[in-house]
Design a protein around this ligand. Structure first.
Ligand code: GLV
Length: 323
């Protein structure tokens, strides 16, 4: 019987699938396992279901052993996995694209709206008990209608954010390594721009690219300086895509107006310079955090792991470099 090691608590529907296909080794953890426990936990597994905060590297793969055939990440991002190390060992890697797009796009809009309309700041004020009163100039934000949303990475999530933003009256421009499909471009009337042009023209910039060597600190001091002083930055992709210290400085000095962040450069730590700022809304990596989406992610990861141990094609494989 194949052994499936699961590194964290997962929704039952995913576990049920695994139980029906092999022996289940569960970690009764709600946070990432400490490294030594993680390495012990995966020892002897045929497939491992990992979370985005489990580092899968040579040490992990060696600890699992040569029978390991698949690492199924319960996340769409897979920057926690050393693909070369997996490829060298012939270990298949899978992620969970497609099932978390709406939840992540919803959360992106929540942060966008909260940042642009100063919801965090307003909430803190009301809770503080400090006096406030309605007035014509009290806590003004800005309209979305007629504004430009700049999307970095018009993929599954980015295009859903764009669709939502269009319903709010925004126009769409994007930057990406590849041109988006003709249907998406036509539906969204999306203009493709070089990054610098997108930065200087967007009223809201929303990041939806994977974290790779090329996108680490894609948005740093130089890029922030190109943005409008009235612009808002939203990041629901991966923290290290933004130089968090440079962002804190730009927000503090009013070089951009606001930011909404769901992910952090040194997650779960947050750049201290951000914490005291009123013009940033911070959420604790909640992009895919809905009951329905987490169940769908667990099920898809389970289906990947089961296909791998059976020698079948994986539903959603990640390409690994050939050994
Ligand atoms: C969440 O951040 C994911 O990559 O699934």
């Amino acid at each position: 019987m194949p052994v499936f090691a699961v590194t964290n608590r997962l929704p039952d529907s995913g576990l049920e699938l695994l139980r029906g296909a092999g022996e289940l080794r569960l970690a009764d953890a709600t946070a990432a396992l400490p490294r030594a426990d993680l390495l012990r936990h995966v020892d002897g597994a045929d497939a491992v279901l990992t979370l985005l905060n489990d580092r899968v590297d040579d040490a992990f793969l060696d600890a699992a052993g040569p029978q390991l055939c698949c690492v199924a990440n319960v996340a769409v991002g897979f920057d926690n996995i050393d693909l070369e190390a997996a490829g060298r060992r012939g270990v298949l890697v899978a992620n969970t694209p497609g099932v978390l797009d709406d939840a992540t796009a919803d959360l992106t809009m929540a942060l966008l709206l909260a940042a642009v309309r100063r919801i965090g700041e307003g909430e803190r004020l009301v809770r503080s008990g400090r006096p406030w009163a309605w007035s014509m100039s009290f806590m003004l934000g800005s309209d979305l209608r007629g504004k430009r949303l700049g999307i970095v990475g018009l993929g599954n999530v980015g295009s859903r954010v764009a669709r939502r933003a269009r319903a709010f009256g925004m126009s769409i421009a994007y930057h990406g390594r590849r041109a988006a499909s003709a249907e998406v471009v036509a539906e969204l009337e999306a203009e493709r721009l070089e990054l610098d042009e997108l930065l200087s023209s967007a009223d809201v910039l929303s990041l939806h690219c994977p974290l790779t060597a090329a996108t680490r600190h894609l948005i740093g001091a130089r890029e922030l300086a190109l943005m409008k002083p009235t612009a808002t930055l939203v990041n629901t992709a991966r923290g290290p895509v933004v130089d968090e210290r440079a962002l804190a400085e730009a927000l503090r000095e009013g070089r951009i107006a606001a930011a909404g962040l769901d992910v952090y450069e040194h997650e779960p730590a947050v750049e201290p310079g951000l914490l005291g700022l009123e013009n940033v809304v911070l959420s604790p990596h909640l992009g895919s955090a809905t009951v329905e989406t987490r169940a769908a992610m667990a099920e898809l990861a389970a289906r990947n792991a089961i296909a791998a141990v059976r020698g079948e094609a994986l539903p959603t494989p990640v390409a690994t470099p050939a050994p």
